[in-house]
Design a binder for this molecule. Structure first.
Ligand SMILES: Cc1cc2nc3c(=O)[nH]c(=O)nc-3n(C[C@H](O)[C@H](O)[C@H](O)COP(=O)(O)OP(=O)(O)OC[C@H]3O[C@@H](n4cnc5c(N)ncnc54)[C@H](O)[C@@H]3O)c2cc1C
Length: 472
């Protein structure tokens, strides 16, 4: 039995950050699908590639209004455009071929074992590739197995033509009509993509607003921008039943609890993901309740050590902390530093969240409601991005104008949350994320000078307002 210092179960974004931070250790990575995980091939990269194509299409449609072209270009063919965008998407997703990633992993001296990994007992993993099973030993185990999509328990859903986001982002089909179940980040992003290429898209969300954990202003802004992109948005719309449509059974009919009906050629299920914890022998480590599935994640402490187990660590979606590649990378780095003998502690106070629609929504830290729930003495200030000079020169219309919401802790005099919906918000959010993370006094943040005319100027008025109120 080959013996390793560290074995990593899964070789996605979290795992990569672990092995990149381990020096002079014998490391094995076990992967049953692709080295690199979801992000490069099926999630972040192909979705962002398609969003960019969608955004360029939307801009081209506005070319005459911007004085960029005298009139609308003739001869748009959305299907041909979609085929070209798909080719670009697949190039960016490296053709879903992980051989380059596997080579670079081996170049780093990491042993790659392909197959499904399972813990046999503490310190022993069995890897099964379908043909052979191998056992390896390890001192430390890092669980970095990611997450998988959840299908809601809607009667009849298994009979209708559904997609997961993987199917939507790896397949060739452009449906004439698409019903998206779930108005979270993935649902909103893919709604804008498919609408841009001419699909008739309806988002069906059971909660009373899109992105229900974000600020209400952001939900409202997202709704208007999707509607401006031609998407129909139905909120407070729980699906009671799904049925196949018509004698040729080519589509789906969703019966809503309200009695309304939504028909579509395809149903994209984007109702969330759950940590991948079942069926990998984690119970042999004394971790209970994981095979029950349903929402269980691998609970970690602030050092990313799995609670209740010795020499077991976890990073990424499997921890249930925040399902983003940057969380996976951050936690993977924390695990590696601890394995290298440092005492590294994770701090999630300013972890960013982003939805890459055009324009994007970005947020970090607490929403107003979360800050109140935590018992903070909350001060908030808001700003309408349409009031910046940049919104005028950019021609960012009402739907793109967007908003900025700042949340401060009155006792400490620091920012604890930020939400921004507007052009490039994912980029200029960094300033507020730094202020939250570094606990910069609001009075100091309010003195920062921004370039004119930039969207970041939006920080000035609400920060000064907060500084005045906090000084009282
Ligand atoms: C459509 C979509 C778009 C997204 N866009 C973004 C974005 O723009 N920005 C962002 O930050 N995040 C985005 N995300 C989230 C992001 O993809 C995930 O947070 C990230 O990939 C998690 O990384 P991970 O390492 O935890 O898991 P993964 O990348 O999924 O890696 C886990 C790996 O473990 C392997 N594995 C699991 N079990 C076993 C086993 N028993 N044996 C062997 N191998 C196993 C899997 O095959 C997989 O390769 C998006 C997600 C989706 C679905």
């Amino acid at each position: 039995v080959d013996q390793f210092d560290v074995a990593i179960l899964g070789a996605g974004s979290a795992a990569e950050a672990v092995w990149s931070g381990l020096h002079g250790r014998a490391v094995a990575a076990v992967e049953m699908a692709r080295v690199g995980g979801e992000c490069p091939y099926l999630a972040c990269m192909p979705s962002k590639a398609m969003l960019r194509s969608a955004q360029v299409r939307a801009l081209l449609a506005q070319a005459p209004a911007f004085g960029a072209l005298p009139e609308h270009a003739a001869g748009d063919d959305p299907r041909a455009a979609y085929a070209a965008a798909r080719e670009r998407r697949d190039r960016i997703a490296e053709g879903r071929d992980d051989s380059e990633a596997a080579r670079s992993l081996r170049d780093r001296g990491v042993t790659l074992l392909r197959g499904r990994g399972r813990v046999v007992r503490p310190g022993v993993l069995r890897v099964d590739d379908g043909a052979h099973a191998t056992e390896i030993g390890c001192r430390d185990l890092v669980v970095a197995t990611g997450s998988e999509p959840v299908t809601p328990p809607v009667p009849g859903i298994e009979a209708v033509p559904t997609w997961t986001s993987d199917d939507a982002l790896a397949g060739a089909e452009l449906p004439r009509s698409l019903a998206i179940l779930g108005g979270g980040p993935v649902g909103c992003e893919l709604a804008q993509v498919f609408a841009a290429f001419g699909s008739r898209v309806v988002v069906v969300e059971a909660a009373d607003r899109l992105l229900s954990r974000e600020e209400p202003e952001a939900s409202a802004g997202m709704r208007s921008l999707l509607e401006a992109s031609g998407v129909e948005v139905r909120v407070g719309a729980a699906v009671a039943e799904a049925r196949v449509a018509g004698p040729s059974e080519e589509g789906a009919v969703l019966l809503l609890e309200s009695g309304a009906i939504v028909e579509a050629e395809r149903v994209l299920v984007a109702t969330g993901r759950r940590a991948r914890v079942a069926g990998m022998g984690l119970e042999t480590l004394g971790l209970e309740g994981l095979d029950a599935g349903a929402g269980a994640s691998l609970e970690v402490d602030e050092r990313c050590r799995v609670r209740g187990a010795e020499h077991v660590w976890a990073a990424g979606d499997v921890t249930g902390v925040a399902p983003f590649t940057h969380t996976a990378t951050y936690q993977g780095g924390i695990v590696a530093r601890n394995l290298m003998g440092e005492d590294a502690v994770a701090d999630y106070r300013a972890l960013p969240r982003a939805v890459y629609t055009h324009p994007p929504l970005a947020a970090a830290g607490l929403t107003v409601a979360q800050a109140r729930e935590q018992g903070l003495s909350v001060e908030t200030a808001r700003f309408d991005l349409a009031e910046t000079a940049r919104a005028i020169t950019e021609g960012a219309g009402d739907a793109e104008g967007g908003c900025l919401v700042l949340v401060a802790d009155r006792r400490e005099g620091v920012l604890v949350g930020v939400t921004a919906l507007g052009p490039h918000a994912d980029e200029w959010l960094g300033e507020a994320a730094l202020a939250i993370r570094a606990r910069v006094p609001v009075a100091v943040a309010a003195e920062v000078v921004h370039p004119f005319p930039s969207f970041s100027e939006a920080y000035g008025p609400p920060l000064r307002e907060l500084a005045r109120r906090l000084a009282r």
